[in-house]
Design a protein around this ligand. Structure first.
Ligand SMILES: *[C@@H]1O[C@H](CO)[C@@H](O)[C@H](O)[C@H]1NC(C)=O
Ligand SMILES: *[C@@H]1O[C@H](CO)[C@@H](O)[C@H](O)[C@H]1NC(C)=O
Ligand SMILES: *[C@@H]1O[C@H](CO)[C@@H](O)[C@H](O)[C@H]1NC(C)=O
Ligand SMILES: *[C@@H]1O[C@H](CO)[C@@H](O)[C@H](O)[C@H]1NC(C)=O
Length: 485
């Protein structure tokens, strides 16, 4: 659709936040834009880049050297792979030193970004669009300096965006950042959000310590986002109609999700930070819909007691399961978290792996349920496979995502609200989801929600139309900027 002879060709720099859950939707966006004639320069931190390419050598054979996008280029897409120093040595444990790392991302990363973008501006063709993760606090500053069209990419649901966007309202009303008499009643004054419980807010907004590094990042990022030209959001208009329409009063915001890779299960660009176990043969031997998939994502940690109760609960439930247990699920210093002899006891009923290709697992017909931390990618992917949920949020937007799944869409049940979980509770919920008659209704509802996703992505569907409109609007601005030069 881009007329190349007279128009300035779109060349976007993509800056994902340095976390697995953000890298995936950024890579999928890169593929989608490049498939529509964009040139993309994709910038990972060196640490993320190295981890993916190390893992990728075992995940994807066709991973040439350290270039993550060589497979994409072979398919004719113009995507360049660049990596950037984040201020720490490669082997620095960013997860264990979370606060120190994100303090640097908040305060110092912009200097490295400035240097890299400055150099890229001298390349040919030079970039003219910046697409940065909404959590970056420097996007409009950098865009202004280099005269780039500025786009903010929000990889979570619009509901979470709205809540952060209206943090000041929460504060004024005594639901956030007030030491005394913090309110615990329902929040019903956020535009486009009918009602939300304080316990459904993202964890950072539930915290009493509002000076934590992530709170400061969010505060600055959501001030910054008010200056961008466009916001794109990995959601679907029909899933969150009121919230999105309300945000559209302030900004050009496009619901363009769900952004999946072509063919759903990514085969030509590595995005995984760890090498993936292949669960296909194990799944092939299990009956249709009989396997519970258990994963707490790439980032959240939990404690040893919780892991042990879930382990015993799964045992008691007598359900088949695949459990993704990252070696650092408790912490990178604590690796012995399963009950003694557990793996021998579960025999062939359960498969425990350090990491896997999630889309490959949940799209397998043997999988019938997902015990999840409620990361947004997990929710979108599982809806796509009509696999309902048991929700066990651990931090950040996961609590808010659970509200959508359990309260609004009714396609999942909640594992627990507060306090520690017990094995009996785990077993009961697992049996309910995997064997209960009532779960059948949930399976019917998730098919309807899946249809909304499909409709959104269809030709003339909302996400497709919005994506085309987004590209057209970008092109118009490029055209104007070009004339202005
Ligand atoms: C974002 O880019 C547009 C033009 O593309 C410009 O009008 C606007 O001022 C920019 N915002 C910032 C904060 O640079
Ligand atoms: C996983 O194993 C199956 C069956 O053995 C095989 O067909 C498939 O190609 C493997 N997947 C990957 C990504 O290697
Ligand atoms: C999409 O919309 C256009 C314009 O309204 C119409 O001409 C076309 O037939 C539609 N395509 C499909 C597949 O519905
Ligand atoms: C996205 O599509 C929906 C449905 O077609 C529409 O209501 C909405 O206004 C669109 N948003 C934008 C920014 O075009």
């Amino acid at each position: 659709m881009m007329n190349q002879s007279t128009h300035q060709k779109p060349h976007a720099i993509l800056f994902p936040y340095p976390l697995q859950g953000h890298v995936i939707p950024f890579v999928n966006l890169a593929i989608k834009l490049a498939s529509n004639g964009f040139t993309i320069t994709f910038i990972n931190t060196q640490s993320i880049h190295q981890q993916i390419s190390k893992a990728g050598r075992s995940n994807i054979n066709d991973n040439e050297g350290n270039d993550l996008f060589s497979g994409a280029r072979k398919s004719g897409l113009s995507i360049r792979d660049v990596s950037i120093y984040d201020g720490f040595p490669i082997d620095f444990d960013r997860s264990l030193n979370h606060d120190e790392f994100f303090e640097a991302i908040l305060n110092d990363f912009v200097f490295h970004v400035d240097e890299v973008v400055g150099k890229l501006m001298l390349s040919n063709p030079s970039p003219n669009i910046l697409i940065a993760d909404t959590f970056y606090v420097w996007s409009s500053t950098i865009a202004k300096k280099y005269n780039l069209v500025n786009v903010s990419y929000w990889t979570e649901p619009a509901l979470v965006f709205s809540v952060y966007y209206h943090m000041d309202l929460l504060k004024q009303n005594g639901h956030y950042d007030c030491i005394e008499n913090k309110r615990e009643d329902i929040i019903d004054y956020i535009p486009g959000v009918k009602a939300i419980k304080p316990t459904d807010l993202p964890s950072y907004l539930q915290s009493d310590d509002t000076n934590m590094v992530v709170n400061r990042i969010i505060k600055r990022a959501f001030k910054e986002v008010k200056n961008v030209d466009f916001i794109i959001c990995n959601t679907v208009q029909k899933l969150e109609p009121k919230t999105i329409t309300s945000l559209q009063k302030y900004h050009s915001i496009y619901a363009i999700g769900p952004i999946f890779s072509p063919g759903f299960t990514n085969t030509f660009v590595s995005t995984s930070l760890w090498s993936e176990s292949n669960c296909t043969d194990w799944l092939d031997a299990k009956p249709h819909g009989s396997v519970l998939y258990v994963s707490f994502g790439s980032y959240a940690h939990t404690n040893k007691e919780t892991i042990a109760e879930i382990a015993r609960g799964l045992m008691v439930s007598e359900v088949n399961f695949i459990w993704v247990l990252r070696p650092d699920i408790v912490s990178s210093e604590e690796s012995d978290y399963l009950p003694i002899g557990y793996e021998d006891n579960i025999k062939d009923r359960g498969l425990i792996v350090p990491w896997c290709c999630q889309t490959a697992v949940i799209s397998h017909p043997a999988v019938g349920g997902f015990l999840t931390h409620c990361g947004w990618n997990s929710i979108m992917e599982s809806i796509w496979c009509s696999v309902p949920f048991i929700c066990f949020p651990l931090l950040t937007d996961q609590f808010t995502n659970r509200k959508l799944v359990v309260d609004d869409w009714k396609i999942g049940i909640n594992l627990r609200d507060e306090g520690s979980i017990s094995r009996d509770e785990v077993a009961e919920k697992v049996k309910f989801l995997m064997k209960g008659k009532e779960a059948e209704e949930m399976k019917q509802r998730i098919k309807k929600i899946k249809k909304e996703l499909e409709d959104g992505l269809a030709i003339n569907g909302s996400s497709q139309v919005n994506f085309t409109k987004f590209m057209g609007d970008l092109e118009s601005i490029l055209q104007l900027n070009h004339i202005a030069k």
